[in-house]
Write a protein that binds this ligand. Structure first.
Ligand SMILES: [Zn+2]
Length: 117
């Protein structure tokens, strides 16, 4: 269908994962400054911030998941989770909606404007 959106939960999960990577890389860079403990400590603390941020995001995913509705995707038949009234299937990216009135027009321009990313 040419839609580039990914499901909201997947997006947040990718974000949390990249936070871990950034944190690890920053902490690793700190090892190059072993000669100056202050700079090394700063790198370590900065890296820790990313790791803490990522665990907060993971916690947030957990809270979101409990609010997410499990639906069977009409397109691929797999059980997926959706957030809010309109979301995409995690597997085939089929647009899903809980609101029958929106069926068939869930990716109207007005929805696209809200989902610029
Ligand atoms: Zn699907």
């Amino acid at each position: 269908m040419g839609i580039k959106y990914s499901s909201k939960i997947n997006k947040i999960r990718t974000f949390a994962l990249s936070l871990i990577f950034i944190g690890v890389i920053v902490m690793y860079l700190g090892l190059f400054f072993r000669t100056s403990p202050i700079i090394m400590t700063l790198f370590m603390l900065f890296g820790m911030l990313f790791l803490v941020a990522s665990s907060i995001v993971y916690f947030w995913i957990g809270t979101l998941s409990t609010r997410a509705v499990q639906v069977v995707c009409p397109s691929c038949g797999k059980v997926t989770k959706m957030l809010g009234r309109v979301d995409l299937c995690m597997f085939c990216r089929e647009p899903l909606t809980l609101n029958r009135e929106l069926e068939g027009k869930e990716f109207d321009e007005k929805y696209n404007k809200k989902r610029k990313s």
